[in-house]
Design a protein around this ligand. Structure first.
Ligand SMILES: C[S@@+](CC[C@H](N)C(=O)[O-])C[C@H]1O[C@@H](n2cnc3c(N)ncnc32)[C@H](O)[C@@H]1O
Length: 202
């Protein structure tokens, strides 16, 4: 088998993220991961949080992702779902959603679809955890995030680090309330939100 795709960032951030998820997902049984990428997070979190049935997904290129889940998933992980947040979402019964490093990759319309879809899929008390970099008060939180944003935009002008205020507006419109905004290593954040009401976006 050819080498599986690998993310050093995942290796670096998975342990600190797990420490937050142990609390945020303590009462959660079935998690949808959006934009699973290499699958390293799914493999690690599903092994460390055995009370959770972890469902990976991504918008495409599922073969290498599924290869990792089969090889390293210890039988815990079923095949990844094809899920592009801008398209129809499969019927799902989940009480948690996790996504890492996706909102700065998606264009703004896709980010809106992300929250509208998450609001539809999660019922009352559903938990949503989002990891990645955000801007606060219209500014970067570090020089490295400024450089990263410039790099992202040079690659794809529709991508970029999102303003936390806009993200929380979208979350609110989709029926979520922020429980905690965790500071994470390397100038990242982990937003823990809970579903408090039916979303207003349908
Ligand atoms: C930077 S990678 C992050 C992958 C992984 N979560 C991680 O932390 O390493 C961004 C991921 O977002 C996914 N993505 C981008 N646009 C998407 C969309 N519209 N719907 C679902 N996933 C999307 C990409 O396919 C990719 O896997």
């Amino acid at each position: 088998m050819s080498q599986l795709p690998f993310s050093q960032a995942c290796e670096n951030n998975k342990a600190p993220i797990l420490e937050v998820l142990r609390h945020s997902f303590a009462s959660v049984n079935r998690v949808l991961e959006i934009g699973s990428g290499t699958g390293q997070h799914g493999v690690y979190f599903s092994a460390a949080l055995p009370h959770i049935n972890w469902q990976c997904s991504d918008m495409g290129n599922l073969s290498p992702l599924n290869a990792r889940l089969a090889l390293e998933g210890q039988g815990r992980l079923s095949k990844a779902l094809a899920l592009d947040v801008t398209g129809p979402w499969p019927a799902l019964e989940v009480d948690g959603i996790f996504s890492a490093n996706t909102l700065h990759i998606m264009d703004k319309g896709s980010v809106e679809c992300f929250f509208a879809g998450a609001g539809r899929v999660l019922g009352a008390t559903g938990q949503l955890c989002i990891y990645g970099p955000f801007n606060y008060g219209g500014d970067y939180t570090s020089a490295s995030n400024r450089d990263f944003d410039a790099w992202l935009k040079a690659r794809d002008s529709a991508s970029g680090i999102r303003d936390i205020e806009w993200i929380l507006q979208l979350a609110d419109a989709a029926g979520f309330a922020l429980i905690q905004d965790h500071a994470m290593p390397a100038n990242n954040r982990l937003l823990h939100l809970t579903k408090v009401s039916q979303d207003s976006q349908g």
